[in-house]
Each structure stands twice: as C-alpha cells, then as structure tokens.
Design a protein around this ligand. Structure first.
Ligand SMILES: [Zn+2]
Length: 144
C-alpha cells in the first residue's frame, strides 16, 4: 500500500509513494523545501519509492527544468531517509539481510537474517556505491 497526501504544498495531488508510513514526516519536510523553490521553476514532488533501503523521490516540472538543484534535492532526501525507520519514523539505519531496508532497532527483524555486510555498508546509492563504514570500495550485490 502506497502513501498518499492531500493538499500538501510541494506534492502533486495524485502523487503516490511506494513506501511505508514511517517516511510520511520526511516526505512532508521534503515537500516544504520544494514548496519554497522559486515559483517559475514550477516543480512538484510527483511521487517516490523505496529503493535499496532509501527513499527516491520523483520530481515533475512545468517550467524551466532546474536540473542540478533537483538532483541535489532528490539525493539529499534519499540520504536523509537512510536515518529514518521506514516503518515508524524513529531513528534508524540501513540494514542488510534478505532485503535492504532502513529500520530502527524495533523494526529491524523485517530484514533478518542479516548479512555479514549489515552495519558495514552505510549506503547503497544508485551510482558510485556502495558506501562502506571504513571507506573501503568494493562491489556489493544485494540480490546475490
Ligand atoms: Zn521503527
């Protein structure tokens, strides 16, 4: 079940978010930032989904396409989501097990059994990752 929002500035009326409700506040904060962008950008959050444990927002626009600010916006909020439990909104971290998911201690079992990399990999960004706690660079396949 996706999340929807009614009458939130910065979020398109028909936007759907394929993630758990713990990220509701996070999405509303992102929408607040988006609503503060210059009017002539006419950008709006069109939706979002959980991907590799992080929230990936999609942004649509009508006016000029402010490529870089929007890319930063999406990446900033994806990173922010890696500290918020997708289930309940409490402080969490990326956990690696049968899936990659950001969960607090109470909701960590969702991911169990855990992989050896759990707690060692901090982020699985769409490009340039994974990010290891000790700075090491190595490939990682969450499905392998
Ligand atoms: Zn939780």
């Amino acid at each position: 079940m996706g999340l929807t929002f009614e009458n939130v500035a910065g979020i398109a009326p028909n936007a759907e978010f394929e993630c758990r409700s713990g990220w509701r506040d996070l999405i509303e904060k992102a929408a607040g930032e988006m609503a503060d962008y210059p009017d002539d950008w006419r950008v709006v959050i069109a939706g979002g989904k959980e991907k590799m444990g992080g929230l990936v927002l999609s942004v649509s626009y009508v006016g000029r396409w402010p490529v870089e600010p929007v890319e930063y916006f999406i990446e900033d909020w994806r990173k922010a989501s890696l500290a918020v439990c997708e289930e309940c909104g409490s402080a969490g971290r990326l956990r690696l097990g049968v899936v990659a998911a950001t969960r607090c201690e109470d909701h960590a079992d969702f991911v169990a059994p855990f992989r050896d990399e759990d707690g060692e990999i901090l982020d699985l960004p769409p490009t340039g990752g994974p990010v290891w706690k000790d700075g090491r660079k190595a490939s990682y396949s969450p499905c392998g």
